[in-house]
Design a protein around this ligand. Sequence first.
Ligand code: MEV
Length: 314
Amino acid sequence: MKTLSNQAVGTAHGKLILIGEHAAVYNEPAIAMPFLAAPVEVRVEQIQGDSQLMSSYYKGLVDTVPDNLLNLKTLIETVCVDLGKPSDSLSLSISSLIPPERGMGSSAAVATATVRALFAFFERSLEQETLIKYVDISEKIAHGNPSGLDARVTGSRQPLYFKKSCPYQPISLELDGYLVAADTGVKGQTRQAVEGVAQQLKQSYVRTKKLICHIGKLSEAAKLAIEEEQLRQLGALLTEAHACLKELNVSSDKLDLLVETALKHKALGAKLTGGGRGGCMIALADTAEQAQTIARELMKSGAVETWIHALGED
Ligand code: MEV
C-alpha cells in the first residue's frame, strides 16, 4: 500500500450513561457524560488502490469488512457519495482506547471520529446536526433501534440530558464526588439487550412499561439532585435504577456482584451503565480515597479494569 501525503484526523471519545439507559429508547430522559479517558482517533489518508480499514480487530479492504463493521462501510460510502467524492483510494486507521462492546459507546465514537476525519480530509465544514445524522445511520445498523444518545454524547465534551423527541440539553455535572467505572471484561450485547426489552414489552406490557417510566422519573430526579448538588440522593437514584434494569433483564450476575461490592464498600450508589448483559458498571463515591477503595475492591471481585473520574473535571 503506497500512502500519498494527503491526510486528516477525526477524534471522539467514549461515554458513560449515568442514568436512563434502555428507557431512553422509549423516549424517557437519560443523563450521559463524555468519557474523555477513552479517546478514539481515525486517520484518513490517500492511498493507491481499493480503500482499506486498519484497526485492532480488522485490517483489510473496506469492501470485505466483517458483519460487525458493516455500519462503518455504509457510513464511509454514504459520506463519500453525499460529498460527491470517490470512496476508493482511502486508508482509514482507527486507534481507540474505548474497550469495544462494553457499553462505552465504542461504535458511535468510531463513527463520529470517522465522519469528522472524512469531512476534514475532503476539506468540508461539518455542522453538528450533519455529524449526528451520519452517526445515527451507522448506529441504526450497529444496534437496531438506538435512542440516539450515544451518537450525541460521544462527540460532545459536555454531559447531556437527553430525551429522544426533544433537543438534547448540555448540563453541568460539577459535583464534589467521584465516579468509578469498572469493566466486567464480558462483552455487552446492546442490540440483544435492547431487543430483549422490546420483547418483554410485548409479553408483559403493563409491568415493563411501568419499569421504563419509572427509570424516566429517576432520571428526572437525578437531574434535580445534580442541580442541587445532592450527591447522596443521586447515589440512591443510581442504585434504584440498577434494580429496575435488573427487572428488565439487562443485568448479569457479574454486574450485580460488582454493584453489590461497590455498595458494600460505601459507594453512594451503583448501577450497570450502557446496554448491560456484560460491559461496565459505575459507582458514585464522595471522596477520592473512597473511590480508590471501591476501585480496588471491584478488581478483587473480578473487574478487569477500573477508571476513576472526578466529577466536574475533564
Ligand atoms: C446504549 O449505550 C444505551 C441504550 O439505552 C440504547 C440506546 O439508548 O440506544 C441501551
